[in-house]
Design a binder for this molecule. Sequence first.
Ligand code: CA
Length: 229
Amino acid sequence: MRVLLVEDDEVLGDALNQSLINAGYAVDWAKDGRYADHALHDQVYDAVVLDLGLPIMDGLTVLLRLRQRKIEIPVLILSARDGLDDRIKALDIGADDYLTKPFKLRELEARLRALIRRANSNTSNFINAGALILNTSERIISANGKMIVLSKREFGVLELLMLRNGRVVSKEALIENLYNWSEEVSTNAIEVYIFRVRKKLEPYNIRINNISGLGYMLENPPLETAKNE
Ligand code: CA
């Protein structure tokens, strides 16, 4: 999951950045509105955390320009306590939710999860893909009731394959889901993660198919319903 964080306050921005990274997101941090606007042109994000009071271009303008391009990714607004008018404007323009400063990081994470879940049409914290179950709040993936131990990167790979179950996921999409601007990107690394995840899925008879030239796709066996003893 890749999130754009837009916050000009260094201290708050740093805390938010760390907390989102710890929660398992790949985070790009923009410190002014124009930078955010460019990022939203160039990148595909799963969600945006958007401060309203920003240098160069304010948050409302960033949001307006995003919605004018008919891009429907979830946007969570951060606003000052006395910013009622701005909050109402933001919601009218197409913000999905807002938080008033100061707020607890745990609440931000929970609201973000809820927004991403809704955007992916999931009504609960659980995503099913055949025998696999992803608990998005605990960030645990299990198969047949057993937790699969995964590194953060491996988790990111399997998470995206599960979210797009039944569809091909390109290497580029996996890279975007795992890395932010400040990290080196290599397609070899993706192959390594795929290799490791495959090994971990082997005992459950779940495969990751290589669709030549296009990317990867989960292949789940039918759920074991009436297995003969
Ligand atoms: Ca600000």
